[in-house]
Write a protein that binds this ligand. Structure first.
Ligand code: DAH
Length: 339
């Protein structure tokens, strides 16, 4: 019997269970009325008084040990079941905070998409440019103030290497490098020597469109503008063109849209005029076509250019330009739902 007690003690010591049903099966195997330990107690009854004295306490210890072991198995199984109950096991242990797309990227993509539907393709040019592509080819007079250090960033005091002040420089590159028909849009960053404030910045973003072919007319420009404005600001949007001046277009105009906040009735956003300005445009000046190697007697074209910050302000009422480059996540998070 002594041997059996030792053998069962070792066996119980090593018991393991992962579910309540397994614990119950073990309890029945060792501790129930028909279990192994009860069987030993039955045998115990038939022993001599001497033997009973010798083995009684070991047998009681075995029973206590088995009872405690089964109870501890039951406790640990219950604890494990509690820990997994109601927990989403598919969750990542350290949740990643997702970023948002920058509002300027959102608006730029939207504008690109509209022009893509009209058959325009994207063209790009360098941000570090030369005087010819930014100014001379575009009909800027030799003494135009844009050529002044006060307005433009020059690189290493070299008057021929500068940061482009507008994306119109990509127009000159496209016209020099390809034959009509040319139908391109040029989104990109531009630089001007301005003090940073809510309304001005030393860098910002523009998007330019250029269409050169035979028989391109002002009516084509106007129709393109109307389509663009309605796609971007909604089908009720009205447009109006005001005569203006740019060296590289003749005639030139600035386009207003009916205020997208009040629908043209007049509000503080549109300074009670019902209209807000959104872009500059015009027919490509024949001097520009000729300077870029395109025969202005055969071809004509239109161009337009807009500030992406300006359009973003109109769409989302962000009226401090500095917010766009500070990368404050509280500001960027506000555009989550715009994706
Ligand atoms: N380049 C002009 C600017 O920076 C914007 C512009 C006006 C672009 C008229 C054009 C245009 O293509 O036709 O203010």
């Amino acid at each position: 019997m002594q041997e059996k007690i030792q053998q069962l003690t070792a066996e119980i010591e090593n018991l393991r269970a992962t579910a309540a049903s397994e614990v119950e099966a073990l309890r029945i195997k060792y501790l129930s009325k028909k279990g192994l330990i009860s069987a030993l107690f039955n045998d115990f009854r038939d022993l001599s008084v001497e033997q009973k004295k010798e083995l009684g306490s070991s047998l009681n210890k075995l029973k206590d040990f088995a009872t405690a072991k089964i109870q501890s198995l039951r406790d640990s199984v219950e604890l494990a079941e509690d820990a997994t109950a109601g927990i989403d096991l598919t969750r990542t242990p350290t949740p990643l905070k997702l970023g948002t797309r920058h509002p300027l990227s959102l608006v730029r993509e939207e504008i690109i998409d509209i022009f893509r539907r009209l058959g325009f393709t994207i063209a790009e040019g360098p941000e570090i440019e030369d005087d010819w592509h930014v100014f001379s080819a575009l009909n800027f007079a030799a003494d135009h103030p844009a050529r002044d250090m006060q307005d433009t960033f020059f690189i290493q005091r070299n008057p021929d290497v500068l940061l482009r002040t507008h994306t119109s420089s990509v127009q000159s590159r496209a016209m020099v490098n390809s034959e009509p028909p040319i139908r391109i849009i040029c989104p990109g960053r531009v630089y001007r020597n301005e003090a940073i404030s809510a309304r001005a910045h030393c860098f910002f973003h523009q998007l330019e469109a250029l269409y050169v072919d035979k028989n391109v007319s002002f009516a084509d420009l106007k129709q393109t503008l109307l389509y663009f404005a309605r796609e971007l600001f909604g089908p009720e949007t009205k447009i109006r063109l005001r005569p203006s001046y740019f060296p590289f277009t003749e005639p030139s105009a600035e386009m207003d849209i009916s205020c997208n906040l009040c629908g043209g009735k007049g509000c503080s956003f549109c300074k009670h005029t019902g209209w807000v300005e959104i872009l500059g445009c015009g027919m490509v000046d024949p001097n520009v076509l000729d300077a870029c190697g395109i025969d202005s007697k055969v071809y004509s074209g239109f161009a337009l250019g807009m500030g992406i910050e300006r359009i973003t302000n109109l769409k989302y009422q962000v009226n401090d330009l500095r917010l766009f480059s500070e990368n404050d996540v509280r500001f960027l998070d506000e555009f989550k739902s715009a994706h």
